[in-house]
Design a protein around this ligand. Sequence first.
Ligand code: FAD
Ligand code: UDP
Length: 367
Amino acid sequence: MTWDYLIVGAGFAGAVLAERLASQLGATCLVLDRRDHLAGNAFDSTDRAGVRLHRYGPHYFRTNSQRVVDYLSAFTAWHPVEYKILSWTHGRYWQFPINLNTFEQLLGRPSTTEEMERTLTEWRVPIAEPRNSEEVILSQVGERLYEMFFRGYTRKQWQRDPRELDASVCGRIPIRTNRDDRYLGEKFQALPADGYTAMFAKILAHPKIEVRLRSDFREARQHVRYRHLIYTGPIDEYFDHSLGPLPYRSLRFEPETIEREFFQPAVQVNYPNDHDFTRIVEIKHATGQVLPATTIVREYPLAYAPGGEPFYPIPAPDARALYQRYAERAASEIDVSFVGRLATYRYYNMDQVVASALTEFEKLSAR
Ligand code: FAD
Ligand code: UDP
């Protein structure tokens, strides 16, 4: 048969588009993923200790978009969570992201928003338009807090100096002078009540959608017939790296189950200056599961090599310039849509990917 849509990738981009096209246009959709599971990088499953673990790093769902919440709520109930994390440096835990409590820890005495704002005005490096990740932090909090919390973490994570990364990388971490100690600033913060994978199973449960796992587009394209392609994999791979490989960062996850209720005081502890890992995540704090044991995951940044996992596109001018050349090629492909984090080479959160898939659906349905 000839499918209306061949969709490469069963992550947020692919699954949302398949659901919309099947349910709203009655289109037949074949969804391929070379992994052995749905949900892309948001995949979760229960480990031997009973913990619902996020296989590819913690996925904290958050958004300011009511459209995205309304859309996903058709497929899941929500477990509200206020993600709170800590940073470990100089031999102790610090409240993070930087807020009034952190400032008090630094002073060793109570303080006020007014005093913190006054002090930051003295500490800030005057930079009118921060051009990179060093400048964006220096311009908000100055050298001392930058060195404590950002420089080491960023170098470890990206293997680049913060000066070589877009301002948006470190700039996505809020800095506050009140006592709001949530990691994220968005209005809506919650996890799918039964996990991401269960939500994806519902999104994709439509008679016009067929999902084939362990199935690679590079092989399937030889024999599958389709009218339109939706591609959510790495854009450089689509073009056989003909303009050269795009850079990515990868990660190694090291899980460990511990026979006690909790290991650490928060869902995530960042290690900007100690150890080779960047953070330890204990997801049980966020899933709200009540279990006698716990599982923690240490995250080690890794160079990306072909055959590995391209977890992060690199938000930097040199990488973007190469991506732009691929994007020009993509624009002239007929009947192909490039959607999602890897196909558009953007450091997107899940809600941004859902929003861009909904927008792509509108474009496709207007044709
Ligand atoms: P993906 O989820 O990457 O899905 C693409 C799929 O395409 C993959 O499953 C892949 O196997 C498949 N594929 C690729 N090429 C082929 C091929 N040739 N043939 C067949 N299949 C193919 N976002 C948040 O909002 N909050 C968070 O807390 C958060 N934490 C994150 C932590 C980490 C460590 C990482 C890496 C990402 C995190 N994200 C987070 C981002 C989130 O994972 C992405 O925004 C989202 O998963 C992107 O969805 P996608 O569909 O674009 O891509
Ligand atoms: N970052 C940092 N110190 C921290 C946390 C984050 O310097 O304690 C910087 C780092 O460059 C990181 C970026 O901010 O890559 C974004 O952090 P986030 O926690 O959002 O990263 P993700 O969950 O996407 O890996």
